[in-house]
Design a protein around this ligand. Sequence first.
Ligand code: UD1
Ligand code: CA
Length: 454
Amino acid sequence: MQADIVILAAGQGSRMKSKLPKVLHPLAGKPLVQHVIDQASTIDGAKMHIVVGHGADQVESALANQGAAFYLQSEQLGTGHAVAQAVPGLDVEGVSLILYGDVPLTPAAVLQSMVQIAARGHLALLTVVLDDPTGYGRIERNAVNDVVGIVEQKDADAEQLKITEVNTGILALPTKLMMEWLPKLSSNNAQGEYYLTDLIAMAAEARVAIHTLNPESEYEVQGVNNRRQLAELERWYQLQQANRLMDAGVSLADPTRIDVRGALSTGTDCSFDINLIIEGEVEIGSNVRIGPNCVIKDAKIGDDVEILANSHIDGATVGANAQIGPYARLRPGTELAEKTKVGNFVEIKKATVGVGSKVNHLSYIGDAQLGSDVNVGAGTITCNYDGVNKSLTEIGDNAFIGSNTSLVAPVKVGSGATVGAGSTITKEIGDNELAVARGKQRNIDTWERPTKKV
Ligand code: UD1
Ligand code: CA
């Protein structure tokens, strides 16, 4: 059965004080509305319909190529009017799930249950009991506790305002019923809007069963109206990530100082110091220790790796037992084999480094292939760019590159070769050869230091 997911995202979000439409503001590195889409996409038979208005072009281009249909609501005449815009794209035989683009953290499992209830011909409504229900639509129940309607804050009388069970805005129902009821909505209310919430009274009248579900946490149904709420939701989300990691066998120096902006998988017995930022897709093995202030993005880290403070890893693979940092920078295309060592102020880009090789201090290795057990001395750089083209540096197993060497690519250093410190290497070095390419030292014994002229 088709599950039409209608995401309302036409509102302005003026309290964000932003040129960026509210639903595109990032939470954990991803637009709010993208969280909604990603959760809803896991529902069987899901098809996305997004109602846009303010900043429609920006929202559409940010969400292009995901198979979602867009509907323009040029005037925001209410949530009922918003849903009506999407009706031409819905499957009359299916079910509809209504979501808000600014409520990012409702779990997929909750949404899936709601769709299943709707598939049985009933209406599913997500409600929550709040200490302070101010501003929300109140859930009205009859003497036997069945839901009979929703009354909005601005339309409620003193008695109704005391109700603490509120509407989250999320509901699911058979599309056929919704299509029948939407045209019957009127804007005869305090806000002069077409309220989607008026469907609830219609359902009750038609004796359609109304099931209510509740979230495990208020945050799962919390919308974002301003940047404070956005930050609050971000912290809650991050705390869930931290708890998940600790439950999976990771020690965190401080669960409030790790941010996972993407997907992180870990083995057991890892320990992460403070201020770790994870972005994109990161896979970390077992017994990995990460020092403070590291940023790791789209990377794969093997077992028993140690990453010391202030290291940045992006688009890299790090083999087991490697040691990285402090202050190392691994850029996209870096592949470090097992037992490698990359030390402080070393930058590596698009390079493979073989088993047991070491680049310990102040080096730049770009567009290079290093064999195993290579030792790269401090201050060595690959001159990989001639201003137009990038060229490759190849270094064989067991080679020893003296400190402050410039390797002018394309160039090859043979296995077991040695390069004298301070060399500028422009020609191939054969296996086991020694290359020294630097000015000869002269000592001038008649030299006199200049003295200051008066
Ligand atoms: C709505 C509900 C209320 C519920 C609350 C939960 C109605 C009438 N009221 O109230 O019962 O407690 O949400 O947060 O549904 N939107 C559009 N087009 C419109 C109007 C709204 O796309 O014409 C979108 C907004 O961008 C937003 C969502 O729908 O994402 C909710 O709109 P909002 O104005 O915040 O609804 P509330 O009045 O707060
Ligand atoms: Ca709202």
